[in-house]
Design a protein around this ligand. Structure first.
Ligand code: ATP
Ligand code: MG
Ligand code: FE
Length: 353
């Protein structure tokens, strides 16, 4: 089937055309993403109202470009998928309403996709990975471990109790005046710094639970920066390096524990760990995860970074996987600001298939 996918839940306006072959193999025919850097840069964070307006302004063009690049006409599309949540509700409404209008006018089925399911299933599109596997989602809005048993079948094993990891990178970048987006800026500075000069806390690490907490760490970084102010270039680099070393430790230790749990709950199954979300671009964290996976005898899958961050292909693909199982959504389906992956309505009614 040929799916058009639309993503507007945060600060990227995105559309893609993805083909899912009978065999289950996926092919990305186009994947157009417009990030709203300029709109939000003056505010040091995403402004929901501005995001929604930019989606309204750009989405039609992005969809047209995705169709043109794929060489596929709207009539040839088999179903329309759009993010229906979770996310900034104004933006979600823009994408979902556009998808409804297209579905209604073309007489094609609509798939209302959970954005997190898009992240969760991407590794099947890029690497053809089989269920079950563990996903570590680390982005600007989410940090969680999810056991992916099948399409619509998710178990949340833990997650952040305060800030997301990408958010922590962004906040540290802001207090070190490194600009946006914060993650890459902190990573660049950290390369020049000494990670041992400051030993920042590793919250929750001694506890036996698969949760994260990054807000105390962020406060420790702020207090250190204030104590040293005015900061020299070396101070900034050392703080960035110390922060990155702390979060790398946290993510590595937790992922090791999560893989241990995988081994004990799914004996005889080769453990697989999939990374999703923009923080996957961080080389220190990726290297640490590779090490952890090796020790656990696990397969590690890191999709290309353009498919780890928000994009339309992951929404088209999640829609295609659901569509293949007979799932379709009604045109009056609601947009949802919150929608956990383990919500009961994620499951596909098997009699629909
Ligand atoms: P959502 O959480 O809804 O998926 P998002 O747009 O906030 O949306 P992504 O687009 O997946 O998330 O990723 C952006 C986040 O990833 C930002 O917080 C950014 O700082 C972080 N990030 C990007 N590159 C790096 C890097 N090299 N190191 C650390 N963090 C990074
Ligand atoms: Mg984003
Ligand atoms: Fe996302």
């Amino acid at each position: 089937a040929i799916l058009l996918g639309i993503e507007t839940s945060c600060d990227e306006t995105a559309a893609a055309l993805v083909v899912r072959e009978q065999s289950g193999r996926g092919i990305i025919r186009s994947n157009v993403v417009r990030s709203q850097f300029e709109e939000h840069a003056p505010f040091g964070g995403v402004v929901p109202e501005l995001a929604a307006r930019a989606h309204v302004e750009w989405l039609d063009h992005i969809v047209a470009q995705a169709l043109a690049e794929a060489g596929i006409s709207l009539e040839e599309v088999d179903a329309i998928a759009a993010t229906a949540g979770p996310g900034l509700i104004g933006g979600v409404l823009v994408g979902l309403t556009t998808a409804k209008a297209l579905a209604a006018s073309l007489g094609k089925p609509l798939l209302a996709v959970n954005h997190l399911e898009g992240h969760a299933l991407t590794a099947r599109l890029t690497d053809g990975i089989e269920f079950p596997y563990l996903m570590l989602l680390v982005s600007g809005g989410h940090s969680q471990f999810v056991l992916v048993r099948g399409v619509g079948e998710y178990e949340r094993w833990g997650g952040t109790i305060d800030d997301a990891l990408g958010e922590a990178f962004d906040k540290v970048a802001k207090l070190l005046s490194l600009g946006t987006p914060g993650g890459p800026a902190v990573e660049r500075m950290a390369l020049a710094g000494d990670p041992r000069r400051f030993r920042f806390p590793r919250p929750l690490l001694r506890e036996e639970r698969l949760d994260f907490s990054f807000s105390g760490l962020k406060t420790a970084v702020r207090l250190q920066a204030e104590a040293l102010a005015p900061l020299s270039e070396a101070d900034v680099a050392d703080i960035a390096a110390g922060f990155q070393a702390a979060v790398t430790d946290i993510v590595a230790v937790r992922s090791g524990q999560a893989l241990d749990r995988f081994a004990s709950e799914l004996p005889g199954v080769v453990p697989q760990l999939v990374i999703a979300g923009g923080v996957a671009a961080n080389r220190a964290i990726a290297a640490a995860l590779a090490e952890v996976a090796k020790i656990a005898g696990a397969r590690l899958v890191v999709p290309p970074i353009g498919l780890c961050t928000d994009n339309g292909a992951m929404i088209a693909w999640a829609g295609a996987e659901r569509f293949a199982l007979g799932a379709v959504d009604r045109l009056d389906v609601e947009a949802r600001p919150r929608w956990p992956l383990d919500a009961p309505d994620m499951r596909i009614a098997r009699d629909a298939a």
